[in-house]
Design a protein around this ligand. Structure first.
Ligand code: THU
Length: 135
């Protein structure tokens, strides 16, 4: 079911707000993500970089892991905010992690212009490997 306007606005505000907490001294690229769970709860995450660059974690994965740590089992939607002129789609690793809990999730990327990327995980990650493959 498509997101209601108030829920979408809440998710957008949450993604913008959490992007302020991004720890990104190396890339200076702030990202905020907000997840809507199957219970209509909202969890957020920002990117957290590391001096050992490869240990950096993206905003989307931090949001999914925070939600899972609180018992979430279904991701309905993910909103991603970047303070850029164009929207940013989730990276490949984050697509795979979102797939674990939300193969049908709506993915909405917003930015500092009116441009929006509104898509679904099955478009971003077709023929995905996931829990269904294991039984
Ligand atoms: N990043 C995210 O948080 N999400 C994405 O989908 C793309 C990339 C972060 C990782 C790193 O801290 C910075 O953006 C530059 O790649």
């Amino acid at each position: 079911m498509a997101l209601s306007t108030p829920l979408r606005q809440q998710l957008e505000a949450a993604a913008r707000a959490v992007s302020e907490r991004a720890y990104c001294p190396y890339s200076q690229f702030r990202v905020g993500a907000a997840i809507l769970t199957g219970d209509d709860a909202i969890f957020t995450g920002c990117n957290v970089e590391n001096a050992s660059y490869g240990l950096t974690i993206c905003a989307e994965r931090n949001a999914v892991f925070a939600a899972a740590s609180h018992g979430m089992t279904h991701v309905r939607a993910v909103v991603i905010y970047t303070p850029t002129p164009h929207p940013t789609a989730p990276c490949g690793a984050c697509r795979q992690v979102i797939n674990e809990f939300g193969p049908d999730a709506e993915i909405i990327s917003i930015c500092d212009s009116d441009e929006v990327l509104h898509t679904t995980l099955d478009i971003l990650l077709p023929d995905a490997f996931g829990p269904k493959n294991l039984g």
